[in-house]
Each structure stands twice: as structure tokens, then as C-alpha cells.
Design a protein around this ligand. Structure first.
Ligand SMILES: NC(=O)c1ccc[n+]([C@@H]2O[C@H](COP(=O)([O-])OP(=O)(O)OC[C@H]3O[C@@H](n4cnc5c(N)ncnc54)[C@H](O)[C@@H]3O)[C@@H](O)[C@H]2O)c1
Length: 346
């Protein structure tokens, strides 16, 4: 087993900083040796805060640095494909935030370059590492709810990202619902066969999304290869907090994931009881971001494949692109590149 993995974090925005902090302070066997961000002052500031030796405005300096084993790509989605290819060609292992890439052709290219250069790539589907989802997966695999028949998910966020992010995010199905497409495959242990989606801009304050063909509320109806079904509600307009829930209904029961509770405290007053609510993704998935990075570093140290690979990234991307296409043309879309599934009508 390798003693440590020397890492560079590329992109120090909303999420990149958390990955950098985890790598710098909390993960055994990880050494954060460089941070990179083109934004004036950002990399230098983070390097100082986290006691990191090197910082730069230019990701190329990380790819070309022979003292770096792995890069953590947390840059805007539109840059992922190029970053992964450059990293792989320089022999760096890759952790890349979701989505793997923005286009399917890019994903195919990326998979090929990863294979050619024999590097390891993990995609940031952190829900697979969240303790509640992990426990649900364990109970489903133990047969506690029988055969899974229906998957349900709610992903409601009220923190609308800035216009600059919306512009390059690829839209709500690619940027947000993709987490649920991945966790649906993971929990149901099945491939999604078809998707039909719809959506709208429900809040006038989000009208600017129209410019980028984006919406603030979407719904995906999915069918699995086995014939199981599901629905995924996705929105950016939650007024009350960051509300992420999932449910799998099986032949012998159901399992619900997520309580929305922040602190494990309940307040009782005359005729009412209440608890506080999670407000944002860094709070809800704090543990999951740490656990997925521990998994990545451990996999590299042991020379093992991670649980969530570039192929998983491509599968989820296929579904997100099909959902976007369905939203645009109003028809169900069958997933490409999959062996013949049994005929299922939406
Ligand atoms: N897994 C999750 O829950 C989750 C949550 C949020 C974001 N994300 C993903 O993480 C990625 C980044 O999202 P974010 O919200 O942190 O975005 P952000 O806009 O807050 O931050 C992106 C950062 O990357 C920097 N950057 C831009 N081009 C760069 C380049 N060429 N090299 C290095 N840095 C560059 C920007 O200056 C900025 O600081 C996106 O792909 C997004 O989909 C995932």
C-alpha cells in the first residue's frame, strides 16, 4: 500500500474549497501539495489558509508537476472533459466532480483516454457515500424490502446558483437530477431504460434561466430494465431549505432516506413541535464529501478501482441528456448504447 497520495485541487469555488480542506486536514494518506484557481488571489488565499506549499492560476502547472499523483477537478462542468484528458495524458489519477462531462461524445473520448493511460478516475456522486444512502443500499441488498419496484426522489434546493454558474451548468437535469439518476441505478441495482421529463420556470425571479434553456423545476419519470419504475422531482426554488429525500418501494416493504433534520433536536410547544432544517449542500453532505474522498485516496493507495467510476459517470450522463432531450421535445426517450431491454411502455 502506498504511504500517501500527493494531490492538487483544481477549482476552489463553492465545492472545491471543501475538498481542499478535507484533503489538507482530515484524510490519512493524502497530501494536498497544490491548489489552483484562475481567480485573482483565490489560490494564494486558500494555500495560506490550509498551509499548502504551492498554488497557481494555471491547471497545467499541476498536470506537469511530477510530484503530483492525483488531481481533484472541481472546475466548471464545461471544462471537465479537457481537464480529465490532460490529467490522464500526464499520468495523473483523477477525481472529477459530477457530471463527468457535458456531452456524450466527450464522455466516450474521456473513457478512452483514461483506459489508454491506465489511470484511476472517480466521479463525485457523493450520495453513494452518505451514511443514510449506504444503509439503504445495505438493507435493500439484504432483501429487507423484497424486490425493488419503485424509486422516488425529491431534490429541492433554494440556493439558486449565480448566473455565471447557470450559464455553464448544462441545465437542471444535467446539473441537479444527475445525482438522482446515479443513486437510482445504485440503489435499484438496475439500468434506466427510458426517461420522460417535463418542467418549467415557476418563479419569476428565475426568468433569466430562459436565456440558457434552463428551468427551476423538473420532473423525470423513469423505467428500469427490469420493468421497475420511478419519478424524480428536481427544483431550485425550495423556500424552506435543502431537501433531499429518496425512497425505494419493494415487494415486501419500503425504505425512506433523508429526514431533512439538521440538528437532532425537536422542540415542543403547546400544539406544535418543530425541528430545524438543513439549508445547503455543504451541510447536508459534509460527511459524504469527506467519505467519498477517503474512498478515492484509499483506492489509489491500495491500487483498487473506486466504487464510482468514469463509466458510472457516463451512464448517469446518458440519462441526464435523454431527460433534457425529452424535456425539449415532449416525448419519452429510450437510452442508447444499452443491450436490448424487454419492451416497456412509459
Ligand atoms: N457533488 C455535488 O454535490 C456538487 C455540488 C456543487 C458543485 N458540484 C460540481 O462541482 C463543479 C464546480 O462547481 P462549484 O459550485 O464549486 O462552482 P464555482 O463556480 O463555485 O467554482 C468553480 C471554481 O473553478 C474556478 N475555475 C474556473 N476555470 C478554472 C480552470 N480552468 N482551472 C482551475 N479553476 C478554474 C473558478 O474560478 C471557481 O473558483 C461543477 O462541475 C459542479 O457541477 C458538485
Amino acid at each position: 500500500m502506498k504511504e500517501f497520495i500527493r494531490c492538487a485541487v483544481l477549482g476552489l469555488g463553492r465545492l472545491g474549497y471543501w475538498h481542499a480542506e478535507n484533503l489538507a486536514t482530515k484524510i490519512e494518506g493524502a497530501k494536498l501539495v497544490k491548489v489552483v484557481d484562475p481567480l485573482q488571489g483565490r489560490a494564494e488565499q486558500v494555500a495560506r489558509e490550509l498551509n499548502v506549499d504551492k498554488w497557481s492560476h494555471d491547471p497545467m502547472t499541476a498536470f506537469e508537476d511530477e510530484h503530483i499523483d492525483a488531481v481533484i477537478i472541481v472546475t466548471p462542468t464545461s471544462t471537465h472533459a479537457e481537464m480529465i484528458k490532460l490529467a490522464a495524458r500526464h499520468g495523473k489519477h483523477v477525481f472529477v466532480e459530477k457530471p463527468l462531462t457535458q456531452k456524450l461524445e466527450e464522455a466516450d473520448e474521456v473513457l478512452q483516454v483514461i483506459a489508454e493511460n491506465k489511470i484511476t478516475c472517480q466521479v463525485g456522486f457523493m450520495r453513494r457515500f452518505d451514511p443514510a444512502y449506504v444503509e439503504a443500499k445495505r438493507r435493500i441488498e439484504a432483501g429487507d424490502i423484497g424486490t425493488p419496484l419503485y424509486f422516488k426522489a425529491v431534490s429541492r434546493d433554494g440556493n439558486v446558483p449565480p448566473e455565471e454558474f447557470i450559464k455553464y451548468s448544462g441545465g437542471i437535469f444535467l446539473d441537479v437530477a444527475i445525482h438522482d439518476y446515479d443513486i437510482a441505478r445504485f440503489l435499484m441495482n438496475d439500468e434506466i431504460y427510458s426517461v420522460q421529463s417535463s418542467g418549467n420556470i415557476l418563479m419569476e425571479s428565475n426568468r433569466l434561466m430562459e436565456k440558457y434553456k434552463d428551468i427551476d423545476q423538473g420532473l423525470s419519470q423513469i423505467r428500469f430494465k427490469s420493468g421497475a419504475a420511478g419519478d424524480i422531482e428536481t427544483m431550485r426554488i425550495s423556500s424552506y431549505g435543502y431537501d433531499i429525500r429518496g425512497e425505494v418501494v419493494g415487494t415486501d416493504g419500503a425504505i425512506q432516506i433523508g429526514s431533512m433534520r439538521n440538528n437532532d433536536v425537536r422542540i415542543f410547544k403547546k400544539n406544535e413541535s418543530s425541528h430545524d432544517l438543513v439549508q445547503d449542500f455543504p451541510t447536508r453532505f459534509k460527511n459524504a464529501y469527506l467519505l467519498e474522498m477517503i474512498h478515492f485516496i484509499t483506492a489509489l493507495r491500495k491500487g483498487e478501482q473506486p466504487l464510482c467510476t468514469a463509466l458510472d459517470g457516463k451512464r448517469a450522463l446518458e440519462i441526464a441528456i435523454a431527460a433534457t432531450r425529452s424535456f425539449n421535445n415532449g416525448c419519452p426517450v429510450l437510452l442508447r448504447n444499452q443491450e436490448k431491454y424487454k419492451e416497456v411502455m412509459l
